[in-house]
Design a protein around this ligand. Structure first.
Ligand SMILES: [Zn+2]
Length: 271
């Protein structure tokens, strides 16, 4: 599943081809994505200029003067830039063609992604409104997390993976950030001191920033045939490393299942 760093890399990859471009046409080959693609999307967006290509959580926004096209990649979606001469393949569901004749093409084999329209303030859209702060934004602080963790019985891992608390911290990045912060993923969220949460917030930011940086170096070419971001070949410290040794203390990395997701941690370094 594309995580926040992959989505941010996709956004950066497509932005130069779309920014300030007028939409010439929209082709919808498959309406049945996670939610139906609005039938009148071509009518609403054609002839409009893309004023910004932005991101909120794992949603990419194409901001037009009369509304916003919201794109989510779901489980298997990917975006690439091609031309209308590039034949569409089986899972290429949507094309957005701009004045330069470049085409933004959404491929989504499992069809869990979405392409929606929000008129007016996109922040009020029902998918967007309940979301917590961005992990890389200034409003995501240790004080904020401390307040949200207060009296909560859930584990710290499930707290930081809750998109109402903070968006975009997926399973891999949660494990990695907790390791960097030296916090046991099972620890009760309401039972962690402010200084330790400060370390955690910094670790979440660092983990995501490193992945975004890695994405930038591995994905220079967004016009390539596949345009498949996939997972970056970043160096993971604990995720997927069960049975291997911890780089800090030499102990074996352990794996266990937490809320149906795999968690990896070091029993010595994480308390
Ligand atoms: Zn260790």
């Amino acid at each position: 599943m594309p995580e926040l760093p992959e989505v941010e890399t996709s956004r950066r990859g497509i932005e130069p081809y779309l920014l300030d471009q007028k939409i010439k046409s929209i082709t919808i080959r498959q309406h049945k994505l996670r939610w139906p693609v609005p039938k009148n999307l071509p009518e609403l967006a054609t002839g409009r200029v893309i004023r910004a290509v932005s991101r909120r959580a794992k949603y990419i926004y194409l901001e037009l003067e009369n509304g916003t096209i919201i794109i989510h990649l779901g489980m298997s979606g990917s975006l690439r830039i091609c031309t209308d001469k590039t034949p569409a393949e089986k899972h290429d569901h949507i094309d957005i063609k701009v004045a330069s004749n470049k085409v933004l093409r959404l491929r989504d084999p499992r069809k869990f992604g979405c392409v929606l329209w929000a008129k007016g303030d996109v922040g009020q859209h029902k998918l967007i409104k309940p979301l917590g702060p961005e992990p890389l934004a200034d409003d995501f602080t240790a004080e904020y997390l401390h307040k949200k963790a207060n009296n909560r019985q859930c584990s710290i891992k499930s707290l930081i993976m809750n998109s109402h608390i903070v968006v975009g911290v997926g399973n891999i990045y949660a494990s990695e950030a907790l390791y960097r912060a030296g916090i046991n993923p099972k620890r009760r969220a309401g039972n962690i001191s402010l200084p330790r949460l400060e370390k955690l917030v910094a670790s979440i930011r660092l983990t995501l920033q490193l992945a975004i940086k890695e994405g930038g170096t591995t994905l220079r070419d967004f016009t390539g045939i596949n345009g498949q971001p996939g997972y970056f070949s970043q160096k993971l410290l604990v995720y997927g490393r069960d049975g291997k040794t911890c780089s800090q203390c030499g102990e074996m990395i352990k794996q266990f299942t937490q809320h149906a997701r795999s968690t990896f941690y070091c029993t010595v370094c994480q308390r």
